[in-house]
Design a protein around this ligand. Sequence first.
Ligand SMILES: *Cc1c(COP(=O)(O)O)cnc(C)c1O
Length: 473
Amino acid sequence: MLTLPQEQRRALWRQLIDRIEHYFETIDQRHVSVPSNPEDIRAQLEPLDFLQPMKPEDAIAFVVDGLWQHQVHTSHARYYGLFNPNPTTMGIAADLLAAAFNPQLAAWSHNPLACEIEQHLVRQIGLRFGYDANSVAGSFTSGGAEANHTGLLCALTHTFPSFTDVGLRDIPGQPVLYVSDESHHSFAKAARLCGIGSEAVTHIPLNRSHVMDADALVVRIHRDRGEGKVPFFVVATMGTTNAGLLDPLNEIAEVAGRHDLWLHADAAWGGAAAFVPELRPCLGQIERADSITFDAHKWLSVPMGAGMFFTRHNDILDRTFGVDTQYMPLAREHPIVEPHRTTMQWSRRFIGLKVFLSLLVAGWDGYERALRHQTNMGDLLRDKLEAHDWRVVNHTPLPTVCFIDALAGANNSLERLSSIARQLVDSGKAWLSTTRIGGSVPVLRATITNYRTQPADLDALIADLNEARRSVG
Ligand SMILES: *Cc1c(COP(=O)(O)O)cnc(C)c1O
């Protein structure tokens, strides 16, 4: 039962592939999303008590129909959402292969090729950020949150070497880390998980461009030191989730250098700018960062579950995560990176394969063109919005566009903007959202997350927005 007879298995693979291909061929003709409610979904699940085995093809059909119905389709060309991609073809193939060959990446000796592919990618992508390929270290993570958590742990180990053995006991005061008001909330979780508590996370106010005010950072460091606290970590967010804005990394690096703080660049989405020559300058001297978070499952468009962590301190991962066991096979003859000693995870999926196959086939050039296309679509969206009396309120070279209704005057409340967004989302014609920049200014938010989005899609979005603003009054 756990494996199917050969003929049935062959038929099932074919059926599966046909259903996947059908999804991509027809998704744009369907609604981006359809409202779901938990009662309907639970009513479909309730009869499935596992007492009656189901035919494999019926089981697959049940799931495929359900996913069509109850999901925001991030592969749709009119999904303007939260950095979730339309997955690359090669990335999907890679995930299928990873499931079938099922390599176990805890120990190098079990899967030398998989481990070497991942380290090759760490070196190649690390180089694009300006790290030295001979000294860069890093790993694949479940996503940006794990990579940020890894950065925080490495900084604790680096700054307080006894941290790995005795924990916080020997730290001479309350440890403090600095993020901007627009940073990602995974740092609050990471601080909890590291045991320093979310109160250790200190928010530095934004300047008028809605990015970290480096002068305010300096003031805060002096104040905290004066109060006996122990600053050790600062985050430069390179592409904020809200508005695609970039903290002034070079200035923050100066401050970090002078005050002996570990600088972490959270480039989960915006890091892809490193692959496009004309966008690379917006990342500043990111190679000065002690560590970097980058998510391949965002702008590199590989399927979910592909974060990356990089650091230029090539012994820090082993110092942070290395523990000795009797049972793990170690490869002692050669200098290798042992995954279970250098990451938070133990048994690990071959995450890097989807990046490897996507890059092998698209090449740097294919990615450069796709990223540039999306950036151009972002610029075009800004132009079209302005031409139709919407006002763009964020200024970034990256394709996240925050805007308000220029015809509404003072009537740009979050409520009204949300009604506009809801009308589009409920109609299934597009998916976009609202947020508040800097915690205050309400805006509509659209990101070009799909490399297939074309000018005609943007025209449709503008037409739908214009109609929505009339109908909400
Ligand atoms: C998405 C994002 C994260 C979190 O990454 P996950 O892959 O969702 O865990 C962290 N920081 C920034 C800036 C992000 O955009």
